[in-house]
Design a protein around this ligand. Sequence first.
Ligand code: HOZ
Length: 432
Amino acid sequence: MISTSLNTTKSEEIFASAQQLMPGGVSSPVRAFKSVGGQPIVFDRVKGAYIWDVDGNQYIDYVGSWGPAICGHAHPDVIKALHETLEKGTSFGAPSALENVLAEMVIDAVPSIEMVRFVNSGTEACMAVLRLMRAFTGRDKVIKFEGCYHGHADMFLVKAGSGVATLGLPDSPGVPKSTTSNTLTAPYNDLEAVKALFAENPDQIAGVILEPVVGNAGFIPPDAGFLEGLRMITQENGALLVFDEVMTGFRIAYGGAQEKFGITPDLTTLGKIIGGGLPVGAYGGKRDIMSMVAPAGPMYQAGTLSGNPLAMTAGIKTLELLQKPGTYEYLDQITKKLADGLLQIAQETGHDACGGQISGMFGLFFTAGPVHNYEDAKKSDLQKFSRFHRGMLERGIYLAPSQFEAGFTSFAHTEEDIDKTLAAAREVMSGL
Ligand code: HOZ
């Protein structure tokens, strides 16, 4: 049922004390609702496509813990497997057979990955892959794209997406210029800009890293030929191509964007889904490159909780569930219905809008578009997005509290959930 009265008294109380205890009251910036206004909702529990706050309000969730919850929250098979592993302890700090199982699943699924190293977050994975790019090529410079987010390591905090874009922070204090002087940037979907950077920096660029489908500047798909072009340019220049598939891995296809678009990078980073909702990250690639990682090779990288049995278990179960026939077709079908529906309603209610989806990843901008890069994304009417976000929240729909984040569905979302969401969107957009 659609209701416009939202009692968030307890959320407000808890967030008020949180602000005295933690910077901004949160453990990660975007969730603080700073860019959309109002108070963040404090949650109590999740199940399937739904999320309940501490005041007892229920929402249809399109954040999905920022991506991992592709099977729906707290899937019974994942929870059962976690219980069984938990009985054996929480961390070994030593090899476990579970790592082999997940490693094999990842290697089988992701075309570029012949060997993999598990870490604890997407940030860690990207930090390590950058070191590996440099170690393997003996070059220091790297190209990233404006609005792409590769975690919060110093050398990636240049024209970054996600929270950096959400809060409008150009770059971060505390990051020495010397650390980012080797980070070159180009607009997303601009092959000419990439060619120019290679021409200006001959034999100095270790590689190009990108989100093959951007999710951290809102949802921006690659133009036809962009990924192919990058593959060609990097090969011509003896540089590596790295796909940051922390968001897209196992989401837009079982084998990620590289399977979907048929372009195989040299290295890949993963996170989110492969941890089934527990902290995890991974990087992998060709055997000769990965053999440089310690202790097989000289490039150092380590982690006390890496390969943690709980994260491995949740990841294994999640990937097993994703292997069921029809999963990605279903995700594509319901997410297309959602994305197309939102655009149609925007059009019918007189708003400039553009957006789209690939499988269970989607986005909507309040601009006529088209949006090919971060500069285009910034043309979205952010005030309107904030009002839209608030209106949807009041009607029990939880969207990412930032224009510069993609939305995520799960196979627990039903046609009925999508219908309710679209009905809410029609009400909100009619009054925007
Ligand atoms: N960086 C994540 C989204 N792209 C997480 C944001 C948050 O948890 O606040």
